[in-house]
Design a protein around this ligand. Structure first.
Ligand code: FES
Length: 585
């Protein structure tokens, strides 16, 4: 890891955006300076220096970012040392374990907040502090739209969980032991031990869930210092990385190195390839598409499927594999992993330290070939994700073949339909439910508008009576997302969603649903005429919000195949007079 660059400075102090707040001779600038003095800073602390906004998603309610109070001081230290002026700006935290109905409802709100903080204040560049699931794409989306020099400081994974001498993985082992508890195989005391040991340090989930997937993807895109995303949060090297991140952003401002100089179609292909090779979360599909569209790159579901067909899964990480992020770091981390992908990666892409991705991974070595597999011994030859389509999902759906029982790759069975989450919760464990291991569980009203927020309900529960028979996987379908730490034969992101009248809304109990992963198809065996008859009788459910942010969300959120961004945010930049180059009044 290095914070140094050989690129000569290009900007002069009077070229800085903050100069118009601090440097000009008018009454407004007097106010900005006198109010900065009020906070105890002398003019020499900031005059002629890049102002670095540190967007900090710390909160008392976000355990994944509980070390950010300390890390922000380390970032500030780096900024001061490099001759910048740090300004910490708190932003909404999006705490995955606590926020209802789902943090995804607020991803675009944080993206807007990030963009508006940068737009409306005298920021010359920014450090983005995130890691817990949606915080990463949200901050990056906002920073892409604002297009000031930006660097991401990933929260880092927490330490492995511990339970009776065995490792526990975030999420994955929760689902696993919950199923064992429901099946009567472990006691309430055992369950309490799992609760006490599964999350035992600061940091985000340490499986290859959404957090690890998105911070890794962000590093591959070139928006973090090399190696940053793999460092466990409590490791002293994480604190060092924070300081180096602070140092580097100051140089990036002088070099005017912006997201638009770094992000290309090839860098997004690299990120998708890395996600696939990591066996990463299906959530990355929605987020990377949204991020790419902000950057003007036309990434779509077809590209994911094409890259999935050629990319082996090399990272032996849960939920699809055996190990955890701490093991991945000790095995060489993301740099060593990227080196293993070899010619599947375009190493010529530029990164935020001014060097290419190839220069950043030079010399990286794998120290444990069971954790980071060589291509000759891949966990899976290809197909970490698959994009499906058919009369049930005309605009696409996704499945994670790496995390399902292989016998379900080609399956047909009768639907058992739940009209929404509450219906499912009320009836799924009912002894009278007509369900067998061959049934297909269908959940409606769980998409971007229907959930709302496309909650992570997609790993639909297996009915208790089947669990007791030993069933641990069955075909499940919804327009929801699935936690990156989940597993199972779950068809997700069905688009268009049922709430807006997608075919999923028209499925009835007993309809035969047919999945063929190899053919990439998902269909219901119902005649066109019958589908048309049901569509004519269908009535849209009431909107889930009648006031507040929810109304804005429902009016503007787009479908999963285009990343669920707001229609008014996904393209364009802040315009003159709106803040890109604001007039200051
Ligand atoms: Fe924060 Fe999983 S709960 S990353």
């Amino acid at each position: 890891m290095t914070a140094m660059t050989t690129t000569p400075p290009r900007k002069k102090p009077e070229d800085l955006r903050s100069h118009r707040w601090y440097g000009v001779k008018d009454m407004r600038a007097f106010g900005h300076r006198s109010r900065t003095s009020q906070m105890g800073f002398h003019r020499s602390d900031y005059a002629g220096k890049p102002v670095i906004a540190i967007i900090n998603t710390w909160s008392d309610i976000n355990p994944c970012h509980s070390h950010f109070k300390q890390r922000v001081e380390e970032i500030k230290r780096g900024i001061w040392q490099a001759g910048g002026f740090p300004v910490e700006m708190p932003a909404i935290s999006l705490s995955e374990p606590f926020q209802k109905p789902t943090t995804m409802l607020y991803r675009n709100l944080l993206a807007m907040e990030c963009e508006e903080l940068l737009r409306s204040y005298p920021a010359d560049g920014c450090v983005l502090m995130g890691g817990c699931d949606k915080t990463t794409p949200a901050l990056v989306m906002g920073a892409i739209s604002m297009d000031l020099p930006a660097i991401f400081m990933p929260a880092g994974p927490m330490l492995r969980g511990d339970y009776k001498g065995a490792f526990l993985g975030s999420g994955s082992d929760t689902w696993k032991y919950w199923a064992e508890l429901r099946a009567g195989n472990i006691t309430e005391e055992d369950w309490q031990d799992v609760e006490d040991g599964i999350a035992r340090s600061p940091g985000h989930c340490m499986t290859m869930g959404t957090a690890s997937t998105m911070t890794s993807a962000t590093e591959v895109l070139g928006l973090t210092l090399p190696g940053a995303a793999s460092i466990p949060a409590p490791d002293s090297r994480h604190a060092q990385m924070a300081t180096l991140t602070g140092k580097r952003i100051v140089d990036m401002v002088w070099e005017d190195l912006k997201p638009s100089d770094i992000l290309t179609a090839a860098s997004f292909d690299n990120a998708v390839t890395a996600v696939l090779g990591l066996g990463g979360s299906t959530n990355a599909i929605v987020h990377l598409i949204a991020m790419a569209r902000r950057a003007g790159v036309a990434l779509d579901l077809k590209r994911f499927d094409a890259l999935a067909r050629r990319t082996p899964v090399l990272a032996n990480l849960r939920p699809g594999g055996k190990y955890l992020m701490e093991d991945f770091f000790y095995a060489g981390g993301l740099r060593a992993f990227l080196a293993q992908l070899g010619d599947l990666i375009d190493f010529g892409q530029k990164t935020c330290n001014g060097r290419t991705l190839g220069a950043n991974v030079e010399g990286a070595k794998v120290f444990n070939e069971d954790v980071i597999r060589p291509r000759g011994n891949a966990l899976l030859e290809n197909g970490g994700l698959a994009v499906l389509s058919g009369n049930l999902a005309p605009l696409g759906a996704v499945i994670k073949p790496a995390a399902m029982e292989p016998h379900l790759r080609k399956h047909a069975g009768p639907a058992v339909v739940f009209k929404d989450y509450n219906d499912m919760a009320a009836r799924i464990d009912s002894p009278g439910l007509a369900v067998t291991k061959d049934s297909v569980i269908v959940l409606q009203s769980a998409g971007p508008q229907g959930g709302p927020g496309m909650p992570e309900w997609g790993q639909l529960p297996i009915p208790q009576k089947l669990l007791k028979e030993g069933v641990r996987d069955m075909l499940r379908i919804s327009d929801a997302r699935m936690s990156g730490t989940s597993y199972g034969a779950c068809v997700l992101h069905v688009t268009p969603e049922s709430h807006v009248g997608g075919p999923l809304a028209l499925v009835r109990d007993g309809d035969i649903i047919e999945l063929d992963v190899d053919a990439r198809s998902i269909d219901m065996r119902v005649s066109e005429a019958e589908i048309a008859r049901r569509r004519a009788a269908w009535q849209q459910p009431q909107p889930k919000f009648t006031r507040g942010y929810g109304v804005l969300y429902l009016k503007h959120v787009q479908q999963a195949d285009t990343g669920c961004d707001f229609d008014f945010l996904e393209t364009g930049k802040p315009q003159a007079g709106e803040g890109g180059e604001p007039e200051i009044h």
